[in-house]
Design a protein. Structure first.
Length: 235
């Protein structure tokens, strides 16, 4: 990775393992009422979040297997167009299944995904829906997805890991903004993140910046809508 790459100090595979383990611990301790509790992902229960994670392994495996065109053909046959349709379809297809079966599906398929991505290494190139893409960068995107959904279901984060977790999530957010050629200026200091766009500026705490990049900053926060929209790059 380049010297100025914000991701250079982080191992995407270790992070993926840690976030998957966090979710697994949380899911393993739920009772019936816990599964039905609303998540912070609009319209989804905690159970729906699990169904989404299990369902998206279909895409993850297609990327690893080099069969994305076949998956896209299947999606087209099902009348699915775009990520949002795909996500809702994955959830809908699992709503009538025993939750134990969905949890088992996710554990097995995600475990396989994480193992294979680690074995490939960061420099391998995957054939994604958006075209060829480095395996390491793809893993960082999955890291962010898992951390976001862990927060959505309120999976616990220990005090001694919260700071490091914020740092890698800020790095992924900064990387994603640069990758998308965002016009937002971002400057990270020891305690906050300064952002600016077209003369509009704001200072955000680390958690606020992370929340903005994944589309989870509450409307009540007061961040200028132009900045909020421009910062959303990972959801």
């Amino acid at each position: 990775m380049a010297e100025d790459d914000p991701l250079r100090d982080f191992d995407p595979f270790d992070i993926f393992d840690a976030e998957a383990a966090r979710l697994d611990r949380f899911f393993a301790g739920l009772d019936d009422s816990g599964w039905l509790r609303p998540s912070h992902c609009t319209g989804w229960t905690v159970r729906d979040v699990l169904a989404h994670l299990a369902g998206e392994e279909m895409y993850n495996h297609a990327v690893l297997d080099g069969t994305v065109p076949e998956l896209m053909s299947r999606m087209s046959a099902e009348g699915i167009s775009g990520y949002e349709d795909f996500n809702e379809w994955c959830v809908r297809e699992r709503r009538d299944l025993p939750v134990e079966d969905v949890l088992r599906e996710w554990r097995e398929k995600n475990g396989d995904t994480r193992r294979r991505m680690r074995e490939l290494g960061q420099d391998a190139v995957l054939e994604t829906m958006a075209g060829p893409y480095p395996n390491g960068h793809q893993t960082f995107h999955y890291d962010s997805e898992y951390a976001t959904h862990a927060d959505d279901v309120e999976a616990p984060v220990a005090d001694d890991e919260a700071d490091d977790r914020s740092l890698w999530r800020i790095a992924v957010g900064r990387f994603a903004l640069a990758e998308s050629d965002s016009k937002v200026q971002v400057e990270q200091t020891a305690e906050q993140v300064w952002v600016a766009l077209d003369g509009v500026t704001a200072s955000l705490s680390y958690p606020e910046f992370v929340a903005a990049t994944v589309g989870r900053l509450p409307a009540s926060h007061g961040l200028d809508p132009r900045l909020a929209g421009a910062l959303r790059c990972l959801a």
